[in-house]
Each structure stands twice: as structure tokens, then as C-alpha cells.
Design a binder for this molecule. Structure first.
Ligand code: 5GP
Length: 205
């Protein structure tokens, strides 16, 4: 039987740079894992592509997904829904391919309840001032949304203790490299290789 792929969850406060680090990781590190595209009810931003950045859906369509149990997790975040379609995650992992989620903290904790075997990585900002200037510089949010995102970030930082790893995003490349190393190390864990080695040892006997 094919070995299951790993579930890798990258999370952390909005504006910390999860999207940038994730894109850098996929573009520069020749990855063999797949990105799970989320569904959202928020407005498409300029430059975003349907089915690449998100599946943009109406509130009614999203709620239909919730009702049908087709989301691994979802969160109501700053006035909009965000969620992870479950079929893609299950099917990809079953093929032996790692799946990479980039989601906010509440959703990550939901995933942890359902799939505790996942690898949970918290991307942290160097400090809160830096986080605020990143959100402001992005220029996509109105001031009260920026304040809501900052309040949320303060709450989210307290949840770091539920994660397996913390990576500080002081440089995009360094953060991406660290995430890559975490995934490589996870694949090398004895518990993930014991079956293969037990067979080798038996054959040697
Ligand atoms: P943005 O509006 O900036 O694209 O995303 C807002 C927040 O929602 C970010 O922290 C992003 O990582 C998170 N997010 C994106 N997709 C999902 C998802 O499927 N589930 C959850 N829980 N959060 C998500």
C-alpha cells in the first residue's frame, strides 16, 4: 500500500507573510508537495486568480459546503468565510503526496483536532510593529480592518503553544528554507520509516 502523504499546516497571524513564504517555497525549493487551494467569500483582490489563489464563492455557496460536510475546517475571519475543501486533501494524501495548507490560526487548531498527525508550523512576525507596517504597506485593507487584523494577531500569538514548530519570518528565503527542512526531517522520522526498515532487516536475517 502507498504510504500516506503528510499534512503540513502553515499558520500564523494575517499579514505575517504566510502567502509570500508559501509562494517562495513552492517557486524556489522544487517541492514535491501540493498546495491546497482554499475557498473564501471575501472579494477577489486585483491580481488574484480564481482557482489559483482561492476559489471565490458566495456566502450561500460556502454555507452549502459547510452543510454538506465538504470542508476539513473553516473559519469566519474578519467578516468572511475561509475554508479547506476536504476531498482534495484526502485524495492527495492517499496518493502519497504531501498536502500543504496555509490557513489562519483558528482553522489550524480545528485541523489539529481532526488530524493530529499533521505537522503544525507557526510563522511568527519579528514583532507586532513590523506586522502592522506589513499589513498597512499591503494597501488592501481599510483602517478598521487593519485594527481588527492586529487585535486578532495579538490573540493568535497566544496560541503558539499548540504548534509543533515556530519559524520567525525575518527573511522570506530563510523562513522558506526552515520550513523545507522541517518537512524533510519529518519524512526521516523513524516512525515513518520503520516498516520499510523492518522489511530490510527481515530480508537480511
Ligand atoms: P486573506 O484575506 O489575507 O487572503 O486571508 C486572511 C486569512 O485567512 C489569512 O491568515 C489566510 O492564511 C487565512 N486563510 C486562507 N485560507 C484559509 C482557509 O482555508 N481556512 C482558514 N481557516 N484560513 C484561511
Amino acid at each position: 500500500m502507498e504510504e500516506q502523504g503528510l499534512l503540513i499546516v502553515l499558520s500564523g497571524p494575517s499579514g505575517v507573510g504566510k502567502g509570500t513564504v508559501r509562494k517562495h517555497l513552492f517557486e524556489h525549493y522544487n517541492n514535491d508537495f501540493d498546495f491546497s487551494i482554499s475557498m473564501t467569500t471575501r472579494q477577489q483582490r486585483v491580481g488574484e486568480v480564481e482557482g489559483e489563489d482561492y476559489f471565490f464563492r458566495t456566502k450561500e455557496q460556502f454555507e452549502e459546503y459547510i452543510k454538506e460536510g465538504r470542508l476539513l475546517e473553516y473559519a469566519h475571519y474578519v467578516g468572511n468565510y475561509y475554508g479547506t475543501p476536504i476531498d482534495y486533501v484526502r485524495e492527495t494524501m492517499a496518493k502519497g503526496i504531501d498536502v500543504f495548507l496555509e490557513i489562519e490560526v483558528q482553522g489550524a487548531l480545528e485541523v489539529k483536532k481532526r488530524m493530529p498527525e499533521g505537522i503544525f508550523i507557526f510563522l511568527s512576525p519579528p514583532d507586532l510593529d513590523e506586522l502592522k507596517s506589513r499589513i498597512e504597506n499591503r494597501g488592501t485593507d481599510l483602517p478598521d480592518v487593519i485594527n481588527q487584523r492586529m487585535d486578532k494577531a495579538r490573540e493568535e500569538l497566544q496560541l503558539i503553544k499548540y504548534y509543533d514548530y515556530v519559524v520567525e519570518n525575518d527573511s522570506v528565503d530563510a523562513a522558506a528554507r526552515k520550513i523545507r527542512s522541517i518537512i524533510e526531517s519529518e519524512h526521516l522520522k523513524v516512525e515513518r520509516n520503520i516498516e520499510r526498515f523492518t522489511k530490510i532487516i527481515q530480508e537480511m536475517m
